[in-house]
Design a protein around this ligand. Sequence first.
Ligand code: NAP
Ligand code: MG
Length: 498
Amino acid sequence: MAQKFYNFIDGEWMEALSGETTENRNPAHWDEIVGIFPKSGKEDVKKAVEAAVTHREEWANLPVPERGQILGRSGDIMVEKKEEIAKLMTREMGKILKETRGDTQEGIDTAYYAFGESRRLYGVTSPSELPNKAIFTITKPIGTAGIISPWNFPMAIPCWKIYPALLMGNTVVFKPATDTPATATKFVEILTEAGVPKGVINLVHGPGSRVGEAILEHPDIGVISFTGSSAVGRRIAEVAGKNLKRVSLELGGKNPQIVMPDADIDLAVEGVLWGAFGTTGQRCTATSRLILHKDIFDKFMDILIGRTTELKIGDGLIESNDVGPVINESQLKKILNYVDIGKQEGAKLALGGNRLSGGNYDEGFFMEPTIFTEVKAGMRIEQEEIFGPVLSVIKISSFEEAITVANDIEYGLSSSIYTNNVKYAMRAIDKLEAGITYINAPTIGAECHMPFGGFKNTGNGHREGGKWPYEVFGEIKTVYIDYSGKLQKAQIDTDINK
Ligand code: NAP
Ligand code: MG
């Protein structure tokens, strides 16, 4: 009998009010049910928000360092449970154990960052333009935060959002992706074990179209932090815009790796292998475009195709495998459809392109690492996010052309250039329209204390990581204290041109 999991509302583990459930399955062995989860709806969200509103004051009244202590403790618990979490995550979404350990580690690092930040929530003080007057800022919680997360980083992304939301004194209603509810449940258990009081963190499982929409529409949710597709991001911005809710959006990417002729070729091949096929290409920062200089094109492609052929595809729980399955059948179909589109557009399928079959492969959703050459700028496989192990290679003749191709895209998340020429490196840093630029490193590999997010349609200008999300979850109050004992009129009494 598969394990049953629950929503967590007002400190109680409970079924969906409707009693409906969904199965969470392992994409490497689709017969294996990881757990049975509540399929919640609007009424469950309503109940969760009620709890979150009821417990706002008590959480907001705790001194920030005390909130920090609790969050830090949750990091300690996560350290103890790292291996257990990593295995569960691999079972529910497929990526290899090395990566699910890394995903969990990002959560741990983010917990400890929040602990440190709890004694560093500095405001601004400034001299006043008037005598006998003090001015400074403090930051207050917004109230209740709605957190909506995707399946590809089931621990790291919820942590990026929930730690800052909680430290800033907000209560939380958390809707994880339907494909990864088990890791989310572990996270909420850990927060609770660490001492986050009841009603402060509420977990509601269920489809985006029901639970997600109910979070967007709820008048008592003041801020929404979302990571996912651009299509859903647009929808969230639209609804939140009508209700004047604050929203932080982290959306898609179509990230380029440029390789110049002077680069260390073996290093650049390792970079693109990891960038394109790590997490089976299902990262917002995945390298989906290789922009390769014509002078090294043939040599580079020979090595890359050889190395890609050596990648071991299979169950992520087996340590010797390099690449796990794709998340589910509909995503696999979407990726295979892009392979057809690429062929129709006239790109050349240089490697892969098929679903893997036979033996254990038939139990899950495995796909060959796929490389298209003769890809032209503007083709759909060059412009649209595929979110799978598919690399489009574009041949260019100059640095200028490389930058033009890299930038001619609606997204702007990550970017990379391999070169040993400092002029190319510095000009790429200046010109690449992306929130992240790597020099001689792949497009993936963000560190938790640095800003993470993108230009253009990758988001709406906010950043996660480091101190930046703390701004998303706080309201700034400016305080003026006049101890002159008389009415002082700013601007009127201080006109220096008088
Ligand atoms: P998605 O389909 O947009 O789903 C993301 C989350 O939104 C899920 O929890 C989903 O619930 C929920 N949702 C769906 N429809 C909704 C609605 N109408 N209202 C409110 N919530 C709704 O994205 P995904 O397929 O999980 O993830 C892949 C995408 O995420 C890619 O585009 C990728 O680039 C992006 N991503 C971006 C970053 C970044 O930081 N920039 C990081 C990782 C991933 P269900 O699971 O129930 O559908
Ligand atoms: Mg699953």
